[in-house]
Design a binder for this molecule. Sequence first.
Ligand SMILES: [Zn+2]
Length: 328
Amino acid sequence: MHDLVIRGATVVDGLGHDPIRADVAVKDGRIAGIGEVDKDASEIVDAGGLALMPGIIDLHTHYDAQVTWDPTLSPSPSLGVTTAIMGSCGFGIVPSPPDLRDLIMRNLAVVEGMDLDALRAGIDWRFQSFAEYMTMLRGRGAYMNLGVLAGHSAVRTAVMGEAASVRKQPTAAELAEMKRLVGEAMDQGAIGLGGSYSLNHSGWGGVPMPSTISEIAEFDALVGAMGGPGRGVVEISSGPITPDAMEEIAARHGRRIFMSTAIALYKSSIRSARSAYSTPAEQRRRAETNSTSRSPVSPCRSTSRWQARTHSTAIGRSTRSRPTTASN
Ligand SMILES: [Zn+2]
């Protein structure tokens, strides 16, 4: 006897096959049959007129703050998402030294288009370390399965404070502490590391998000700090960093790296697409320019309301010729 039979749904199996009208049987938490199945079951659900499919895994979300006050993680579950990865682009909210929390929220408000008042009122800061954050998550009863990335910008902010968005080079001690924090996060259950070199990722007042001004060597060191070969995955909004450079880092550390937003961040002109694949010298030049002239426009939200608000927070920053393509 099956534990559950779902009857008469239009089944989309996620393998590319055409949808079929079928019954689905479940036994011991696993699918035991699709099609004509034995109707003997502890529970039968009539799904006629509905679609039935595998849950969607959303590889790129920013629920890090919302999850502290909203375990429903609205609206993703109602859209079919059953697993979400958070901490994308390295913009998590942990580690969270109390004196840096408002800075973390101000930057997050701009780069992800979140309402600052909602963040200030909503985040339940019952954690400071990554370990405490994971404990909070495990007890939260979130509606989705969650994977958490340690964040390059998050650890840079925790170690360097306001200077994280201004000073390209950490001291040796600061870099060592960042590496320690990444290793600690991995030990506590992080699935990997998130980072960003996107030219579009700006924080409060138009300052660059911390990781975007760092040398690629710093990112490389943090990828190395994740642990032994093969441990964890790396997500990066790579901006002007080329796939070749990423492949080098992936090979050096035996790590899988996925570039969630690469040339998609650029205008769709051939010229811009070409500029995303440039020489290291060209990349360095662009990074130099980038660190002194940053648009407040983020790639993560593109509504006119959002742009109007963030433009109004820009202080003495150029907005010329920066891409505005929307993406997470
Ligand atoms: Zn993102």
